[in-house]
Design a protein around this ligand. Structure first.
Ligand SMILES: [Cu+2]
Length: 710
C-alpha cells in the first residue's frame, strides 16, 4: 500500500456511465393521481389554480407531487486497470440546482456541483485515491457563504407548538424582511450568515486508516485539497460519502455535500441482480424551502432556496442558567436524489433499490403502496403519523438483500422497513404483476422528533409501471446471497463468529443520556468506566445495572455493575484505545430521549444482543435528571433481532430503553476514528467521541487502555 500523500497519481480512469436528467425540459408530467383535499398547510397560489387539471395533483404544502422524473446521479467508475492507484478529483463547489420543477434554481454546495454528488463505483480490492478539493468559492472568487439561511423559530407564545411552526413550509431570515411585515420571518442562528465552507470528507462504511477517514477536526478551507486512499478491501456494499466537518456537518450536508459510493465484487456479480437501469440508488433527504415576504395574507411564493428552520427552545444548564438552543432540524418536504416527490417510470420486472436515508434527523418507515385508483390517499393528517390509515393489502412487499455493510445470507421479506439517518438497505422489488399500476414509496410515520399530525407528508416518490412485458420476466432472486456472511454471537465469555471461537475481546460501555442540564438541552453521549468492587459510588453521574450474566441466580445474589462517565465531550481525553486486530463489544445503554442512529467508524458490526427496559415504568429509577444517576436497572427484557438487523451494519438506530451490544472486528486499519449519533445536530453538539486503534506492538508502549478486557 503506497503512502497516499507521497505517491503521484499514475493514471486517471474516469468513465461517466450515465447522465442524470437535470434539464426541466426533459422531464415528463406525472401520471394522474387523485387530488388531495386542502389542509392547513396548503396555500392555493395563483399558479396552482390556473394550471391545475385532472392530469396533475393539487399542491401539497405548496408544491405538486410527481412533477420531476427521478434523477439518477452521474456515475464515476474507478476502473480496475491493474495499476496501483486510480486518482479521481472530486470538487466540493457551488452548483446550481432546482429542487422541484416549479421552483427556481438556486445555489447549492455539492460534489462536482451535483446534488447528489456523482456515484462512485469501484470493485473490491481496487485501491482508489481521491483528491477531495474544496472549491467552495463564490463568483467573486471569495469563499462562498452558506447557500441558504439558518433561522431559529423562537419558543412559541401561542398554543401552536414551536416544532410545528418550524415544520411549516416557508419562512425566511429577518434580513430578507427589512420592514418586519411578515410574522414568519425569523432571526438567523448566530454565526451562520458568515459561515464559509470548511470541509472534510468521510466515506461512510469504509475500512480505511484514520488519516483517510475524515477526522472532523481536519477540515480544509476553500482552496485546499486532501488526497485520500481507499483500499476497498471489503465486500460489496452501499457506502456513501459526505461532509464531516467539526460542529458544522449538519449545515454542510444540508447544503448538498453527499453522494453514493458503491463497492462491487465477484459474489455480487454472480447473483445477476437487476443492474444498469434496473438498479436505482435512492438518496432520501428532507428540506424546508424559503418563501418571499407575502404581499397579501396567506400568499406563499418559494424562492427556490432551502431554509434550515429550527425550533428554538430555552434549556437550563448545570448552573441553572437559561440557554437558548434548538432541536434538530427536519423539513416538511421529502426528496429523492435531490428532487421533491419525484416519479419514476419502470418496467414490470424486478428492480434493485439502493436506499439511503440521508436526512439529518428523520427516521423513515418505508412501505410501497399501490395507489392505482386509490380512493383514500393519505391526505388525512392522522395517516401521516402511523400506519392506521394505510391499507395493508395494497402494500407491495420488499425483499431486503443487504444492509449497510454488505449482503445478507438470504433475502428477508418485509412489508415495512424502518431506516434511520445514515442507514442503508439494499432491496429487491417485484413489479412483474403490476403492469399499468401506480405505486408510491411512502413514509409511514411523521418525524420522530417533530412528530405531529400533518407535519410531514407521507409521500416519498412514485413508481409508474409500464405495460410492456420485460424480456427477463423469469428471473427470480437467489435464495442464497452471501457465502461469506457469518453470524456473530456472544457465547458465555467467548465470541462465536461462524465456526470460529474468539476467546479474547474488548468491552466498551457507552450511555445515551436524555436531554437535560448537562447537555444544555441536548442529549449526551457518555463514555463509561466500570467501577471496581472496592471503589465508592459517587453521589452523582452513576449508572447501575444488574449483571445480566447473573440472570439464573436468586435476585439477592446478582451483582450490580456500576459505571461512571470518563468522557462526555469530543475534546475530553481518549479512553477507548485498543489494538488493531481486536474484536470489541460496544454496550450502548439508551437511558431516555429520542432514538439515536449510532454510527461507529472503521468497522462493520453486528448487533448480537438487544435488551429493552421499560423506561416509563422505571420512572426516576431509570434516569434521575437531578443527579444524573440511575437506580439499579433490572435485567432488560430480551428483544428479538429480526433477520434484517442481523446484517453487517455501521449505523444502528438505538431506541429509548434499549441496551444493545454491537460486536465489531477492528482489523485492517489503524489510527484515530470517531463514533457518534448520526442525527447531525446531535453529532455537531454533544454526541461524538474519538477512539483509537493502534498496532498491538505499539500498544505495548502506550499507557492508555480500553475500559474493559476479558
Ligand atoms: Cu442522536
Amino acid at each position: 500500500m503506497g503512502l497516499p500523500m507521497c505517491s503521484a497519481p499514475r493514471r486517471t480512469t474516469v468513465v461517466v456511465a450515465t447522465t442524470g436528467t437535470d434539464n426541466p425540459k426533459d422531464l415528463v408530467m406525472s401520471a394522474p393521481t387523485a387530488d388531495r383535499p386542502a389542509t392547513e398547510f396548503d396555500t392555493v397560489s395563483a399558479d396552482a389554480t390556473a394550471t391545475s387539471d385532472s392530469t396533475e395533483t393539487a399542491p401539497r404544502l405548496g408544491l405538486r407531487k410527481f412533477r420531476d422524473e427521478l434523477p439518477l446521479p452521474k456515475v464515476i467508475k474507478i476502473a480496475d486497470t491493474g495499476d496501483e492507484h486510480r486518482t479521481v478529483s472530486m470538487r466540493a463547489k457551488v452548483g446550481r440546482h432546482r429542487f422541484h420543477r416549479d421552483l427556481p434554481e438556486t445555489d447549492v454546495w455539492a460534489y462536482e456541483g451535483q446534488l447528489p454528488g456523482p456515484t462512485i463505483e469501484v470493485r473490491r480490492d481496487t485501491p482508489a485515491t481521491i483528491d477531495w478539493v474544496n472549491d467552495l468559492f463564490d463568483s467573486d472568487g471569495d469563499p462562498a457563504t452558506l447557500p441558504y439561511d439558518v433561522v431559529r423559530v423562537p419558543p412559541s407564545t401561542t398554543p401552536t407548538p414551536t416544532t410545528r411552526i418550524a415544520m411549516t413550509p416557508g419562512g425566511r431570515s429577518v434580513k430578507l424582511d427589512p420592514t418586519g411585515a411578515a410574522d414568519d420571518s425569523y432571526p438567523a442562528l448566530a454565526g451562520t450568515d458568515d459561515l464559509t465552507g470548511a470541509t472534510v470528507v468521510h466515506l461512510h462504511g469504509a475500512l480505511t486508516d484514520g488519516h483517510n477517514d475524515g477526522w472532523s477536526h481536519n477540515v480544509t478551507a476553500p482552496g485546499g485539497r486532501t488526497r485520500v486512499l481507499y483500499p476497498n478491501k471489503q465486500e460489496s456494499a452501499t457506502l456513501w460519502y459526505h461532509d464531516h466537518a467539526m460542529a458544522v456537518t449538519r449545515f454542510n450536508v444540508y447544503a448538498g455535500l453527499a453522494g453514493f459510493y458503491l463497492l462491487r465484487d465477484a459474489n455480487e456479480a454472480s447473483l445477476k441482480l437487476p443492474s444498469g437501469p434496473y438498479e436505482l440508488p435512492l438518496m432520501i433527504t428532507d428540506r424546508n424551502f424559503e418563501t418571499r415576504v407575502p404581499k397579501q395574507p396567506g400568499e406563499q411564493r418559494f424562492t427556490g432556496r432551502p431554509i434550515y428552520k429550527q425550533a428554538g427552545i430555552v434549556a437550563v444548564d448545570s448552573d441553572g442558567e437559561a440557554v437558548d438552543t434548538e432541536i434538530p432540524v427536519s423539513g416538511p418536504f421529502t426528496l429523492v436524489n435531490g428532487k421533491v416527490w419525484p416519479t419514476k417510470k419502470v418496467t414490470p420486472r424486478w428492480y434493485r433499490l439502493r436506499i439511503l436515508n440521508a436526512c439529518s434527523t428523520r427516521t423513515l418507515v418505508l412501505a410501497v403502496h399501490n395507489t392505482t385508483n386509490e380512493s383514500a390517499p393519505p391526505s388525512s393528517p392522522a395517516n401521516n403519523t402511523d400506519s392506521a390509515g394505510f391499507i395493508p393489502d395494497r402494500v407491495t412487499p420488499m425483499s431486503v438483500i443487504g444492509t449497510d455493510g454488505g449482503l445478507l445470507a438470504a433475502p428477508a421479506p418485509v412489508s415495512t422497513l424502518e431506516i434511520g439517518p445514515a442507514e442503508r438497505y439494499d432491496v429487491l422489488i417485484d413489479f412483474r404483476s403490476l403492469a399499468g399500476q401506480t405505486l408510491e414509496l411512502r413514509n409511514e410515520q411523521g418525524t420522530f422528533i417533530n412528530a405531529g399530525p400533518g407535519e410531514a407528508d407521507a409521500t416519498i416518490m412514485q413508481f409508474v409501471i409500464g405495460k410492456s412485458a420485460a424480456s427477463d420476466a423469469d428471473w427470480e432472486p437467489p435464495v442464497e446471497l452471501n457465502p461469506d456472511y457469518r453470524r456473530y454471537l456472544h457465547v458465555g465469555t467467548d465470541l462465536q463468529v461462524g465456526s470460529q471461537t474468539i476467546h479474547s475481546h474488548e468491552h466498551f460501555w457507552v450511555a445515551l443520556i436524555p436531554p437535560g442540564p448537562g447537555g444544555k438541552g441536548h442529549p449526551e453521549l457518555w463514555e463509561l468506566r466500570q467501577l471496581g468492587s472496592t471503589e465508592p459510588s459517587p453521589g452523582h453521574d452513576l449508572i447501575k445495572v444488574i449483571d445480566p450474566r447473573d440472570a439464573t441466580l436468586p435476585p439477592a445474589e446478582r451483582k450490580v455493575l456500576r459505571f461512571v462517565p470518563v468522557a462526555k465531550l469530543f475534546d475530553d481525553a481518549n479512553s477507548i484505545v485498543f489494538s488493531e486486530g481486536s474484536w470489541a463489544v460496544w454496550n450502548i445503554l439508551h437511558l431516555g430521549g429520542p432514538p439515536h442512529p449510532f454510527h461507529i467508524h472503521m468497522t462493520q458490526f453486528q448487533m448480537i444482543e438487544r435488551g429493552q427496559w421499560d423506561l416509563a415504568a422505571l420512572g426516576e429509577e431509570g434516569w434521575n435528571a437531578d443527579n444524573g444517576t440511575t437506580g439499579v436497572l433490572p435485567i432488560p427484557v430480551d428483544s428479538a433481532i429480526d433477520p434484517v438487523r442481523q446484517g453487517m451494519k455501521d449505523t444502528y438506530l438505538i431506541k429509548p430503553g434499549e441496551w444493545v451490544k454491537l460486536l465489531g472486528d477492528f482489523t485492517g486499519a489503524t489510527g484515530s476514528f470517531m463514533y457518534h449519533c448520526h442525527i447531525l445536530d446531535h453529532e455537531d453538539h454533544t454526541m461524538m467521541r474519538p477512539f483509537v486503534v493502534l498496532p498491538k506492538e505499539l500498544m505495548a508502549f502506550h499507557g492508555a487502555h480500553g475500559s474493559g478486557h476479558h
